[in-house]
Design a protein around this ligand. Structure first.
Ligand SMILES: NC(=O)c1ccc[n+]([C@@H]2O[C@H](COP(=O)([O-])OP(=O)(O)OC[C@H]3O[C@@H](n4cnc5c(N)ncnc54)[C@H](O)[C@@H]3O)[C@@H](O)[C@H]2O)c1
Ligand SMILES: [Zn+2]
Length: 355
């Protein structure tokens, strides 16, 4: 399978880390650190080690797993650990984990002593198909997601499906939502292929196509001035629901579960406010309905959801902006929608799930 050339670095596919072994043995770097969370240290580090053979010339920096730990306190801890190890500017950080580890590890590396090299090895489906491209690093401040961060490119990215074997079904499904989104916004043939495949046995080829789509979009618009906004399909409403569930529900939604809800609502808006056909809307709704758990968007949450959408950093001039499909495989951005239609889309979701 071909590697993908992204701006300034390569995304390697199924190489069993052979190019990484070469980099680590080349003595270009003064020291090598592997950054992982407790789960990936347990599940992924042995696979990583097995792929690299005898090579043991790295120090492990381990952190607690989860979004709640993607914060400045943990960054300070990692910066101090690097200092304790006397890490200079010529050292390398390898981020081995999901999006939390690649986002936070990338942020720590891009700021430590004004920047050291880092390599990402994403180990969740979500981080492989989404966080692996685009150069965004970041952390949360007071639970506001990705408030502080940088655009810094890794030196390389390695995608290995072997890492996915220890991932739960729920985490697989979470990443799968982003793949569905890639098909819906850019490639109807890919969307049709995904509908035929089993998300629990996702192939490297399917992951490759998703990365290719994201890479094409991001390369054309690296700083999110225009086209890149289509990647936001499902996310205006999805993010609001995700935040609401995090604050109010006993068990929060995964990112993909929230985005699946957002995609149904925004497909409705695409039909109402753009040219997506009724057949297209029904197709998307029934497919997502067949995969994702039911969720009731409570009427009493509607006002707060609108407030979350209003504060979305992607808005312009206080107006909530949507990316809406004109058909399956084609997406427009900067679409304005009346508040009444947004509320109607939430009711549409509730009605199809609970009719
Ligand atoms: N930079 C970007 O462009 C970008 C894009 C999308 C998402 N993100 C960020 O990514 C984060 C979400 O990523 P995520 O869903 O990967 O979350 P995550 O990193 O929290 O991983 C989810 C859970 O799976 C565990 N895990 C990871 N790999 C595993 C494996 N192979 N086997 C078993 N367990 C494993 C983790 O320890 C964690 O408990 C968010 O913080 C989001 O903001 C960033
Ligand atoms: Zn997303």
């Amino acid at each position: 399978m071909n590697n993908i050339e992204s701006s300034g670095h390569t995304i390697y596919f199924e190489t069993r880390l052979a190019p990484l072994a070469k980099i680590m043995e080349s003595e270009v770097y003064s020291k090598v650190f592997v950054f992982a969370d407790r789960n990936t240290a347990e599940s992924c580090l042995p696979v990583f080690q097995e792929m690299l053979g005898d090579f043991t010339g790295f120090d492990l920096i381990e952190t607690d797993p989860g979004e709640e730990n993607k914060n400045i306190d943990f960054c300070i801890g990692i910066w101090k650990t690097l200092l304790d190890f006397e890490a200079d500017r010529k050292c390398l950080m390898i981020n081995l984990g999901g999006g939390v580890i690649t986002d936070m590890g990338g942020f720590v590396a891009s700021t430590y002593k004004r920047g050291i090299d880092f390599i990402n090895i994403p180990t969740t489906l979500l981080s492989q198909v989404d966080a692996s491209v685009g150069g965004k690093t970041g952390i949360d401040i007071d639970n506001v997601k990705n408030m502080v961060g940088t655009f810094t490119l890794p030196k390389a990215v390695f995608i290995e499906t072997d890492f996915l074997t220890t991932l739960s079904k729920r985490e697989l499904l979470s990443g799968f939502a982003e793949m569905i989104k890639h098909g819906l916004i850019v490639d109807k043939v890919y969307y049709a292929q995904l509908k035929d495949c089993d998300y629990e046995h996702i192939t490297a080829e399917a992951i490759h196509r998703s990365v290719e789509i994201k890479n094409e979009v991001v390369t054309e618009d690296p700083h999110e001035r225009g086209l890149r906004k289509i990647l936001n399909f499902g996310h205006t409403i999805g993010h609001a629901v995700e935040t609401y569930a995090l604050i109010n529900d006993k068990s929060p939604l995964t990112h993909g579960e929230a985005i699946a809800i957002g995609m149904v609502c925004e497909a409705y808006l695409s039909h109402k406010n753009n040219t997506l056909s009724k057949e297209g809307l029904d197709d998307i709704s029934s497919y997502i309905l067949s995969l994702y758990p039911k969720y009731h968007i409570k009427e009493k949450s509607f006002e707060q959801l609108l407030a979350f959408m209003q504060s979305d950093k992607k808005n312009e001039g206080g107006q909530i902006m949507f990316s809406l499909l004109s058909s399956i495989g084609v997406c427009d951005f900067n679409c304005r929608v009346a508040t009444g239609d947004i509320l109607a889309s939430l009711n549409y979701y509730n009605n199809i799930f609970f009719k």
